[in-house]
Design a protein around this ligand. Structure first.
Ligand code: HPA
Ligand SMILES: [Zn+2]
Length: 341
């Protein structure tokens, strides 16, 4: 298959995105526009200078910049503009559904009311649905570096909004903040009816993936690539049908894998694990959903049936009803059958 044929196949393939931090879709142009509008001083003089700073050697080196940049988001309309812009990109990439991560503490710790920040994200999601017919849900993530007590506070503060929230996630610095430290938070979220996911095995070891499953009882693992170091864990993930929301370009940019051609996604897929492809923080890592699929397919020689299976996993692993999943999976089947590539 030529590269342009592959690109056309991927763009048209119905796909869901299950691992996108909405704050990570803040493009430098919007960052500057909001900084000017809101009177926030950035430590960069131009869009080009910001882009030059996107040279990360670890998760933490990225997070430092990511939290700083989120400081330009002050008003409900800012969060709505950010969210709407992401969905425009997703639709252009053939995305038809997304479950987006949002970090309340990044904003409430700066004195922004949760209703203002989350309200803006929900406004953006509603506008994207009205404009493009694209459906989405939001998952609130606890910043693990702030600890469990702060996470419990965030969950309590979010109580009035939980009817518009599908789940709880866990993100930020992984290595020094193991999943097992957040058991009470996850028990509390489960009791409130939230679906549960957690970042594990991005920079942290395979044991963190096990603990996220056994202690936090999550349904999906975000990243999870270090599971590849533990064959018994890989077999367990395959047997249980656990979805991994893998972010290949992120893993390369944050130096958790050496190159895309070394990426464990193919090995996990061949072992029967339900892998998906996602963008994580697309404004920072060099590509949205399409680019992640395309570059991964090229580096790992993924075939059309394999790509259709991976796109199918993004719906199988989503927090949708069985009927909704079946509808999306039928769209993939029809696309593959009718696509004349
Ligand atoms: O890749 C990530 N890992 C952990 N936390 C994050 N918050 C935004 N992106 C990430
Ligand atoms: Zn992430």
């Amino acid at each position: 298959m030529s590269d342009s044929t592959l690109a056309r196949f991927i763009r048209g393939l119905p796909k869901a995105e299950l691992h996108i931090h909405i704050e990570g879709s803040l493009e430098p142009e919007l960052m500057f526009r909001l900084a000017t509008k809101n009177g926030v001083t950035l430590p960069y003089r131009s869009v080009e200078e910001v882009r030059q700073a996107y040279n990360f050697d670890s998760l933490q080196s990225f997070l430092d910049l990511y939290y700083m940049a989120a400081g330009v988001l002050l008003h409900r309309a800012d969060f709505a503009a950010l969210t709407e812009a992401y969905f425009d990109r997703l639709v252009a990439d053939g995305g038809v559904y997304a479950e987006i991560f949002f970090d309340p503490q990044t904003h409430t710790d700066r004195g922004i009311a949760l209703g203002e920040a989350l309200g803006g994200v929900l406004d953006g999601m509603a506008r994207a649905e009205a404009r493009h017919g694209i459906k989405s849900k939001v998952i609130l993530c606890c910043l693990r570096h702030l600890g469990e007590a702060e996470g419990l506070r965030m969950l309590a503060e979010a109580e009035p909004f939980l009817d518009r929230v599908v789940g709880l996630g866990l993100d930020s610095s992984e290595r020094d903040f193991p999943p097992a430290d957040f058991k009470r938070l996850y028990d509390a979220a489960r009791a409130k009816g939230l679906r549960l996911v957690a970042h594990a095995g991005e920079e942290g070891p395979a044991a963190f993936v096990r603990d996220a499953l056994d202690v936090l009882k999550v349904e999906r693992i975000d990243h999870g690539i270090r599971a590849i170091d533990d064959p018994a864990l890989v077999a367990r993930l395959a047997r249980a049908g656990t979805t991994l929301t893998v972010c290949p370009l992120s893993n390369v940019r944050l130096c958790t894998v050496n190159s895309l051609s070394d990426h464990p996604l193919r090995r996990l897929h061949e072992a029967g694990v339900k892998v998906t492809i996602n963008s994580d923080d697309p404004a920072y890592f060099g590509g949205y959903l399409h680019e992640n699929y395309l570059q991964t397919a090229q580096a790992l020689n993924l075939t059309e049936p394999e790509l259709a299976e991976i796109a199918g996993n993004s719906f199988r692993g989503a927090f949708l009803t069985d009927d909704e999943k079946a509808g999306y999976l039928q769209r993939i089947t029809a696309y593959v059958r009718d696509a004349a590539f």
